[in-house]
Design a protein around this ligand. Structure first.
Ligand code: HAM
Length: 419
């Protein structure tokens, strides 16, 4: 039988490589909690219709959804992103406002796998419901920025745009459509065919023809209504006040349809252009109502962990903290009862302890103890059992081996490793 493997576009993360993931997750939990966001967990799959609201004209919905019919004849899909699920949960549970949540979740998109682009990928993110205040946009955008800084990333560029709202977007859309219709034959075949469905999507197309056709296209930012103009000005003033550097990118439309007003992306400047979006987000003031809830504004972002790890490597950073090493490894060649009981006692006392199994030889157990990185080996042979003692051997420094009464060994370990 051929060896089983993970499917294309997915991957395994084994220890110790997974220690970096622990750092990414714990740092994000800390940054989010520092601003009053609580952890949200939603199901990995939902009714397909939940995700269709992300945008019928987007690649995510049209081409990349992992949807299936379950044994109960429900049409479901693995989540391609978390925002739609967060909105569904908000509508279902009506929490009090403002509702500020963070998440860490894997998402599924049937994309062409390549470096930084997977079919199952992982995001951390936040969503904040209930306030149209542009200062909330500033809080959200700045938290993402702070997270990258906390990880030590330096080569990150923040791109900001406004997509307008229900008042000014339709007029702009019509203007853009007219402009692009006059240049239809320059557009790539896909956008020629779909121009009328969503002309804004052309601004996001990387094909040379579309790029050339949109070079002088009208820009939403020049056609904002007065409230959207004021909103953007306040966001910009807030980012300036918090010393968060950014660049206005009038071509930033994002790949999902629910956005209004502020949209933003964090670009990894150390990464290859095609996959350099480290994360992105924006306002979605109409989405809650569209999904059947009360008219409630929302804003959030999601940051791709695989991309962040690529950027960490490209910037040659050390993520610092690794899993704390073991305090003690119990080497027991007198039947195993002491190893069984002592590791439990050590762990109950808040110490990190491990042991070998299967009654292996002392030599083999010492090898495991060395490999484990433990500070101390606690050695128990027939002599120690008879004497009611444990030998404590320093595996790192040169402290001489001592023998302590069995009853005192947990205290001895604590004194030696915690000082
Ligand atoms: P998104 O731009 O689709 O936005 O994804 C956010 C980030 O997830 C991207 O910038 C990228 O780092 C990462 N990402 C996306 N697709 C892949 C993939 N196939 N492989 C690896 N990484 C990927 C959203 O998902 C929105 N829900 C963000 C949001 C939250 N907007 C408002 N609230």
């Amino acid at each position: 039988m051929p060896e089983l493997q993970h499917v294309p576009g997915t991957f395994d993360v084994l220890p110790p490589a997974s220690e970096r993931w622990e750092v990414l997750l714990s740092t994000f939990a800390r940054v989010a909690a520092s601003a009053g966001y609580g952890l949200l967990i939603t199901p990995t799959f939902e009714e397909l219709s939940v995700f269709q609201r992300v945008g019928e004209s987007t690649d995510v919905v049209r081409k990349e959804m992992y949807d299936f019919v379950d044994k109960g004849d429900r049409h479901l899909a693995l989540r391609p992103e978390v925002t739609a699920s967060a909105v569904r949960a908000f509508v279902q549970h009506h929490p009090t406002l403002p509702w500020k949540v963070w998440y860490a979740a894997s998402n599924f998109r049937y994309e062409k796998p390549q470096a930084g682009r997977y079919r199952e990928f992982h995001q951390v993110g936040i969503e904040a419901f209930g306030s149209p205040d542009p200062d909330l946009d500033v809080e959200v955008v700045a938290l993402g920025w702070e997270y990258y800084a906390a990880l030590g990333l330096r080569r990150v560029e923040l791109l900001v745009n406004s997509l307008g709202d229900g008042t000014c977007r339709p007029g702009y859309r019509a203007l853009l459509l007219e402009f692009l219709q006059a240049r239809r034959d320059q557009l790539c075949p896909e956008h020629q065919a779909r121009l009328e469905v969503n002309p804004l999507r052309v601004l996001d197309c990387k094909k040379p023809g579309c790029r050339a056709a949109t070079a002088d296209a009208p820009r939403q930012i020049d056609h904002l209504c007065e409230p959207c103009t004021a909103h953007l000005a306040r966001v910009r003033a807030g980012l300036d006040a918090l010393d968060v550097p950014y660049r206005i990118d009038t071509g930033l439309v994002r790949g999902l349809d629910y956005y209004t007003r502020t949209t933003f992306e964090y670009a990894g400047l150390a990464l290859d252009g095609a996959q350099n979006a480290l994360g992105g987000g924006g306002r979605y003031d109409g989405l809650v109502a569209e999904m059947g809830g009360p008219d409630t504004p929302g804003i959030g972002f999601a940051l791709g962990l695989e991309r962040i790890l690529l950027a960490i490597d490209a910037e040659d950073l050390d993520t610092g903290q690794t899993a704390p090493p073991l305090d003690a490894f119990v080497v027991d060649f007198a039947g195993g009862e002491t190893a069984r009981d002592l590791t439990a006692e050590l762990r109950a006392a808040g110490l990190r302890a491990d042991r070998a199994f299967d009654g292996r030889s002392p030599k083999s157990q010492f090898k495991s103890a060395d490999r484990s990185g433990a500070a101390l080996a606690l050695v128990v042979g027939p002599d120690e059992v008879a004497a009611g003692t444990v030998a404590v051997k320093d595996l790192r420094g040169g402290a001489p081996q001592v023998t302590v009464p069995r009853a005192d060994v947990v205290e001895e370990v604590r004194r030696r490793v915690r000082g």
